[in-house]
Write a protein that binds this ligand. Sequence first.
Ligand code: UDP
Ligand code: MN
Length: 266
Amino acid sequence: MVNAAYVTLVTNDDYALGALALARSLKRVDSDHALVVMTTRTDITLDPLVAEGCEVVTVERLPCSNEFNERHTRERQHSSAPFTKGNKPTFHDPLDNFCKLRLWELEQFERVVFIDADAIVVRDIRKLFGYPEFAAAPNLYETLADMHRLNSGVFVAEPSKRTFADMLMRLDQPDVFWRRTDQTFLESYFPDWHGLPYTYNALQYIYFNLPPLWHWPAIHVVHYQYEKPWEDDHPKRDQLKPLIDLWYAALEGRDLPEELPSQANS
Ligand code: UDP
Ligand code: MN
């Protein structure tokens, strides 16, 4: 598809580093489609991303009410809907997550594949451009009960300003609290979402929680949900060491391993 691109979001230096690993990993498997980096910031350097061929698009935060913004601050989110399964880094701002919706304004593209800046692509994912809106993989990282929820770290969308305007109306309703921000919203907006295989958004906790599903030859995208591989203070560093090494190989443009130690067989 000609008018197709990958899109990610970067609102601070930490996610800029994440996006750099993503950009380099993507280039190895698909140099035909650009990675568009949406950013809310003009005061952080995205030069390394531009050097990798990324297109930078500056976006504003969504024009939501003050009440909406107050309900979705980091502090309020962590008290109203605490994270019990893993830790979010201090540089993660839930309000910034909603800026993902800005990709629906990128009408120069017929179809986009959004990928979180904390993910890397390890195999060709071009076939995702053939999926219709809205396609996402399950939020699978612990039990089968995860299967009915989507994860918004990788999804296929068809930009449309009309959809964007409609989303804004649905998003900012009195007293509505989106406990997992854009993810909960997208699940509600697209209740009949198309399912992608979990291997197109393999969440890092699968590695230790569901080892039989960590089937390396089938995995296309590795998504470092919760703790980020570049965090100094990383409580799961030992458990996730092979995946953290993989991320650094992507960041530094080294060859990726052909095999990854599997906990299922050890
Ligand atoms: N993001 C960002 N700044 C923030 C929070 C999020 O740029 O303060 C972007 C970034 O692309 C990130 C995505 O939104 O990968 C979703 O957040 P994150 O990946 O940290 O959430 P998780 O996957 O851990 O649920
Ligand atoms: Mn993520």
